[in-house]
Write a protein that binds this ligand. Structure first.
Ligand code: WT7
Length: 647
């Protein structure tokens, strides 16, 4: 069967980046990186233009990553103030509520007013430059105001996804010694309330250093209140000035922390800095989405994830774009909600995740085709490999075969897109993330760390040979962990944790994580985190967690659990443990399957052989490989017997 290749549509003939331009710019970004990045830095307004462009070493014992080091700028100025002369009346944010009757638009002038006030409110509760502020927010414009307000005064935000539990929130508050929390009374998703303020109060029982909580009234629900510690945003807004000068920041000053899961231990605080991140966010938003002035850009991610940071807030606003923020879920109140939104707001670009595409695809074509989608010109995918069926449906049904799909590969750590097609430059192969962004040097290594030849078809572990401005700078509070996680597996290279192949035409295909990180409905989870939640329960002696292929979620969570001696598992035990993990981490981490097993496959030195557990979870009993090194090969048969097909 010949491979599908989809050509560049006529509508992208005048795209900013065509094939020739891509080739020229890519070559220059590699051959004369400092000249290239000095030019790209001009897309921002600097108080002091950078003259030192890059200073990078990936060497384990001298790791440092610095971009635009002597430059000075302010992120909120770049996302708001500088647009005011030309775009004061242009819509910056379109907010679409969970309830379809609720929506409003915020112009750049209004955004300026909101963010300045919010910044002054933060100052009023005691926030100073360099302080960490934890945001635990629903998808409402105030989430963006709060983020931008932090950047305006040089505070460092740490947004914690509103679906995380009080325990998870407390851990993230304490890890970065955050003394301030911004939240709302409640969030709303699919007409159900999410008790954000109540969760914050629970979290603060374990985070005693928090001095102040700023709360947005969103639904008007009754919430617990601690006088002296808690402040209503609408009260403070009346007390503060509408003017707030942006604070000039050094390019390498911290901008935000965002927690993400790794293969070991608790979540890491990924730290991004000011100048490099914003250049990257702005550049990738412009080129990947071929941004045009009258676009209506809809990224469906939550602001609690990096996709929401870079492609709802910073990238689009740095470019003076109109960004749509949707509060609710894709299928409420009906299966056609997304397409209703597209028609209502004349969305030009949708950027969403394969898991959402698969869920919408299950609803059939009719909910899509009954709405006018003529405004759409480009579709994007992010978060996990997109399977060919989902790709085709997205392309043919949603995009009427008119709209290219940009399948963007990147990570929380990378700040923005690293491998992606550019719609005017590249023909598309469904399922391929295609080509590297400017300045990005992907390569493949074998398990010994040998670089594979950079021509012809190859498959291996994906590494990056050099830095790019949007790269994370450290793990907050634990630089050694940064070195160990990303720069110690292979010398002088950044290890992504992903496997990949490059085909004979040079197209990149991401094959998925090669470490113990799961990707469940586009949410990243460490198996170690789920295991430690399980073993924290008094009934559990030991646990091992692996992923298995799941039709809708991409990967499901499969847990092998050994109960403490003498206990017999019941249905109740299973329910209890699922609820326990959900409570410790959050609903996204709820196990799909729990298999009770009296023993786990261990080597004689006591190491659990996950490879075997993965194969059993996948039902591939004949591919277990060598089991002779197990201390007790007998456990394998028991495990196979107990294997549960997920429901
Ligand atoms: C991991 C990063 C990127 C922002 C959202 C997720 C997987 C991401 C793709 C893609 C195949 C992808 C990788 C990566 N991933 N995009 N287009 N094709 N896999 O960010 O939570 O930091 O997760 O998501 O495995 O390492 P994240």
């Amino acid at each position: 069967m010949s491979e599908t290749v989809i050509g560049i549509p006529q509508s992208f003939a005048d795209a900013k980046i065509n094939a020739e331009r891509y080739a020229d710019m890519y070559a220059r970004s590699i051959n004369e990186p400092d000249a290239f990045w000095a030019d790209e830095a001009k897309r921002l307004d600097w108080y002091k233009e950078p003259t030192k462009i890059s200073d990078v070493s990936f060497a384990k014992d001298d790791l440092h990553i610095r971009w635009f080091e002597d430059g000075e700028l302010n992120v909120s100025y770049n996302c708001i103030d500088r647009h005011l002369p030309e775009r004061a009346g242009k819509v910056a944010l379109i907010w679409e509520g969970d309830n379809p009757a609720f929506h409003h638009s915020i112009t750049y002038a209004q955004l300026h007013n909101h963010v300045c006030r919010f910044a002054n409110e933060l100052k009023k509760i005691g926030v100073k430059k360099g302080d960490r502020v934890t945001l635990y927010m629903p998808m409402i414009p105030e989430a963006a105001y709060a983020m931008l307000a932090c950047t305006r005064i040089g505070a460092v935000h740490s947004v914690v996804f509103g679906g995380f539990s009080p325990d998870a929130l407390a851990g993230r508050i304490n890890d970065c010694q955050s003394e301030f929390v911004v939240t709302a009374d409640q969030g709303v998703r699919g007409n159900k309330g999410v008790p954000l303020k109540a969760n914050v109060d629970k979290a603060l029982e374990q985070a005693p250093d928090v001095k102040a909580v700023l709360c947005i009234r969103h639904t008007g629900a009754q919430v617990p209140w601690v006088e002296g510690r808690d402040f209503w945003h609408h009260d403070l807004a009346l007390e503060v000035d509408a003017k707030c000068e942006p604070e000039p920041m050094k390019a390498e000053d911290p901008l935000f922390i965002l927690y993400t899961s790794g293969s070991t231990g608790k979540p890491k605080g990924v730290l991004h800095t000011t100048g490099g991140y914003l250049v990257w966010a702005s550049m990738t938003h412009e080129y990947t989405f071929d941004h045009r002035e009258d676009d209506v850009f809809w990224c469906t991610a939550d602001v609690g994830w990096v996709t929401g940071h870079t492609y709802i807030v910073y990238g689009p606003l740095a470019n003076g774009a109109t960004s749509l923020m949707y509060e609710g879920v894709p299928t409420w109140p009906g299966p056609d909600r997304c397409w209703r939104i597209v028609a209502k707001h004349k969305v030009t670009t949708i950027y969403t995740a394969p898991t959402a595409i698969r869920a919408l695809m299950r609803e059939g074509d009719e909910p899509v085709s009954k709405h006018d989608r003529s405004s759409l010109r480009l579709l994007g995918s992010v978060g996990e490999p997109i399977n060919p069926e989902a790709w085709r449906w997205y392309h043919e049904v949603v995009g009427d075969k008119r709209c290219p799909i940009v399948d963007t590969w990147w990570q929380t750590e990378t700040g923005g897109h690293l491998i992606t097609p550019l719609p005017g430059a590249h023909e598309l192969k469904p399922g391929s993330a295609s080509f590297p962004m400017f300045g990005v040097q992907p390569a493949l290594v074998d398990t010994e760390g040998n670089l594979l030849p950079d021509e012809g078809a190859q498959e291996g572990n994906l590494v990056l040979l050099g830095s790019w401005p949007g790269q994370m700078r450290t793990v907050y509070g634990d630089h050694q962990r940064f070195v160990e996680t990303y720069f110690s597996t292979y010398e002088n290279m950044y290890f992504t944790g992903d496997g990949a192949r490059r085909d004979a035409d040079g197209y990149w295909w991401i094959t998925g994580r090669v470490d113990d990180v799961l990707n469940v409905s586009g949410h990243r989870l460490g198996t170690a985190e789920i295991e430690s939640a399980l073993v924290a329960h008094e009934l559990v002696a030991e646990a091992a967690v692996v992923g298995y292929p799941h039709d809708l979620k991409g990967q499901g969570i499969y847990c092998y659990v050994t109960l403490v001696a003498g206990l017999e598992p019941t249905e109740e035990t299973e329910k209890t443990l699922k609820a326990h993990v959900r409570q410790e981490i959050g609903p996204v981490a709820t196990p799909d399957v729990i298999q009770f097993s009296p023993g786990l496959p261990k080597t004689r030195s006591g190491k659990i052989m996950r490879r075997i557990l993965r194969k059993i979870a996948e039902g591939e009993y004949d591919k277990l490989g060598d089991i002779s090194t197990l201390a007790d090969p007998g456990v394998v048969e028991d495990l196979i017997e107990g294997h549960k097909i997920s429901t």
